[in-house]
Design a binder for this molecule. Structure first.
Ligand SMILES: [Mg+2]
Length: 128
């Protein structure tokens, strides 16, 4: 029977969706260091298409993007999979992040964030 450590060593996959290349780059580096297999998309439409082709264990998506913004993206990806963990992120204050969670995100993070803050959110969604 695999112990917890072996389970943690299992390959994990993440889909990163953000229209800003610099954010995608930061997140790619972050998840690479954690040993994830990584897919990226630059807008919601591309993210939804990518998830349909290659469902990942985790999706981290921006909210404000062209061509299907994050709220619609979260709703569609949640329709595709009940088990995928979804983290919403935005630099906009207000109701976006709460709305994201209501519509199917597991957790949310405000931009800008530190890697420590992202690790906290990641632990909350992956340990639950
Ligand atoms: Mg954006």
């Amino acid at each position: 029977m695999p112990n917890k450590r072996m389970q943690n060593d299992h390959p994990k996959t993440v889909l990163i969706i953000d229209d800003e290349e610099s954010i995608r780059d930061v997140l790619v580096n972050f998840f690479e260091e954690l040993g994830y297999d990584i897919l990226t998309a630059r807008d919601g439409r591309g993210g939804i298409a990518e998830f349909k082709r290659n469902p990942t264990d985790l999706v981290i998506t921006d909210i404000v993007m062209p061509r299907v913004e994050g709220i619609g993206t979260i709703r569609e990806i949640r329709k595709q999979s009940k088990s995928v963990k979804i983290i919403a992120m935005t630099g906009f204050v207000g109701s976006y992040l709460q709305e994201a969670v209501t519509l199917g995100a597991d957790d949310s993070i405000g931009k800008p964030f530190t890697s420590e803050e992202l690790i906290e959110v990641l632990e909350r969604v992956t340990i639950s």
